[in-house]
Ligand binder design. Structure first.
Ligand code: S3P
Length: 385
C-alpha cells in the first residue's frame, strides 16, 4: 500500500459461522522466484497457479526489461523464455518494483553477477526499507552500487560484476531474501558460493534452483541453521512450476474459522513446507482443531488439504527461533491470541520492524484499538487473551 494514498476505511462486522471450501491464491515467494529463475534459465518455463498480484507483476516487468520474454498465457498461467545465467541485458529505464521487497532484493542478486548496470526503485514504502543487508554481500562478488541517498535505500544503481568471484557469506540476520540474493549472484561466479544461516529460513530458492538443474547442497549448521553450497555457472534449464496455495494467505481464513464459533472450513492445496509452517505449529499448541486430510508432494514442495474447526484456544509462549518460519504470520497470530484464554508471548520479533511497515507497532496498535491488552517488551509482543 502506498502510505501517501488517502485512507479508505473498511468496516468489519461479527459474522455467523464460516463454512465451505477455499483455495487461496498462489504462494508469493514461489511466484516471484519462478519469474526470476525462469528469466535466468535457458529455454521455456511455464508457471501455473501464479499469484497475479502487484508484486509479481512488477517483478515480471523487471524480468522483461532485463531481456527475458515474459507472457501471460491464461488465468494464472505464465510463460518465460529465459536468457541464461549472466545473460541479462542492460535495461533502458529504472526497474520499478512497486512495493515488492522480495522481488527487488532477489533481482538485485540476479543482476549482481551480470556485466550490466541497472537502477532499482520502488514505491514510498520500499524506498524506506534497508538495502545494505543485500548490498554488502553482493559487493563481495564484485558488484558496485551507487546510492542516490544516504543509508542504502532506493533508488540505487547497481553495476554488476564483470568477473564475479564466489563468496562465503554468513547472513547476519535471519533473512530468506538475503540468502536468496547471495545464491542468485553465486550462479554467475565460477567455483563454489557458500551461504551460512544461523537460523534456517524458507528454502524455496534452494529447492527451485535444484529443480532448474543447479548443483546445490544444504546441510544442517549448528542448532537451527543451514550451510548451503552452490556450484557456480550451471546450465539452468527452464522447467515447469506449479505454484501451491500461499500459507501466508491461508492463515487468514484459518484463524477466522478458529475464532468464529460453529465454523468449519476446508483449505485446499496449502503449502506446508516446514520452514513456512510456524503458524500451524503454534495454533496447534494453542489447541486449534486443524486436521491434515491429505498431503502430497507437488512441484518440489509439501502440500496439504486442511480441515479447520472453531474451538477454544489457549495462550502460549512462541520461541524466538520459530520466527523465521512464520515471520509474516504474527499479525494474524496476534488476533488469534486475543481470542485465546490467557497470555501469549511472541518472542524475538525484531525483524518485523523492517517490513513494509513497522509490523510490530502496527500489530500492537491494531489490537489496542480493538480493546485488547497488549504490550511490547523489547522485541517481544505480549497479548492478553
Ligand atoms: C520472503 C522472505 C521474508 C518474508 C517476505 C518474503 C521471501 O522476508 O517476510 O514476505 O520470499 O524470501 P525476509 O527475508 O526479509 O525475512
Amino acid at each position: 500500500m502506498d502510505p501517501a494514498a488517502p485512507l479508505s476505511p473498511l468496516t468489519a462486522r461479527r459474522s455467523g459461522p464460516l463454512r465451505g471450501r477455499v483455495r487461496v491464491p498462489g504462494d508469493k515467494s514461489i511466484s516471484l522466484r519462478s519469474l526470476i529463475l525462469g528469466a535466468l534459465a535457458v529455454g521455456e518455463t511455464r508457471i501455473t497457479g501464479m499469484l497475479e498480484g502487484e508484486d509479481a507483476l512488477s517483478t515480471a516487468k523487471a524480468m522483461q526489461a532485463l531481456g527475458a520474454q515474459v507472457e501471460r498465457t491464461g488465468e494464472q498461467a505464465w510463460r518465460i523464455m529465459g536468457v541464461g545465467v549472466g545473460g541479462f541485458a542492460q535495461p533502458r529505464a529504472p526497474l520499478d518494483f512497486g512495493n515488492s521487497g522480495t522481488g527487488c532484493r532477489l533481482a538485485m542478486g540476479a543482476v549482481a553477477g551480470c556485466p550490466i548496470s541497472a537502477t532499482f526503485d520502488g514505491d514510498a514504502s520500499l524506498r524506506t526499507r534497508p538495502m545494505r543487508r543485500i548490498l554488502d554481500p553482493l559487493e563481495k562478488f564484485g558488484a558496485r552500487t551507487i546510492e542516490q541517498t544516504e543509508g542504502g535505500r532506493l533508488p540505487l544503481t547497481m553495476k554488476g560484476a564483470l568477473d564475479p568471484i564466489p563468496v562465503i557469506y554468513e547472513v547476519p540476520v535471519p533473512s530468506a531474501q538475503v540468502k536468496s540474493a547471495v545464491l542468485l549472484a553465486g550462479l554467475a561466479a565460477p567455483g563454489t558460493t557458500t551461504v551460512i544461516e544461523n537460523e534456517a529460513t524458507r528454502d524455496h530458492t534452494e529447492k527451485m534452483l535444484k529443480h532448474f538443474g543447479a548443483h546445490l547442497r544444504s546441510d544442517e549448521y549448528g542448532k537451527h541453521g543451514r550451510r548451503i553450497t552452490l556450484t557456480g555457472q550451471p546450465e539452468l534449464e527452464g522447467a515447469p512450476v506449479a505454484v501451491p496455495a500461499d500459507p501466508s494467505s491461508a492463515a487468514f481464513p484459518m484463524v477466522a474459522a478458529l475464532i468464529v464459533p460453529g465454523s468449519e472450513i476446508f483449505l485446499d492445496g496449502v503449502m506446508t513446507n516446514p520452514l513456512r509452517s510456524g503458524l500451524l505449529t503454534t495454533l496447534k499448541e494453542m489447541g486449534a482443531a486443524i486436521e491434515t486430510l491429505t498431503s502430497r508432494h507437488d512441484g518440489g514442495e509439501d502440500v496439504a488439504d486442511l480441515l479447520v474447526k472453531a474451538g477454544p484456544l489457549k495462550g502460549v509462549d512462541v520461541p524466538a527461533e520459530r520466527a523465521p518460519t512464520m515471520i509474516d504470520e504474527y499479525p494474524i497470530l496476534a488476533v488469534a491470541a486475543s481470542f485465546a484464554e490467557g497470555e501469549t508471548r511472541m518472542r524475538g520479533l525484531k525483524e518485523l520492524r523492517v517490513k513494509e511497515s513497522d509490523r510490530l507497532e502496527a500489530t500492537a496498535a491494531l489490537l489496542r484499538n480493538n480493546g485488547v491488552k497488549v504490550e511490547i517488551d523489547g522485541d517481544d509482543l505480549i497479548v492478553q487473551g
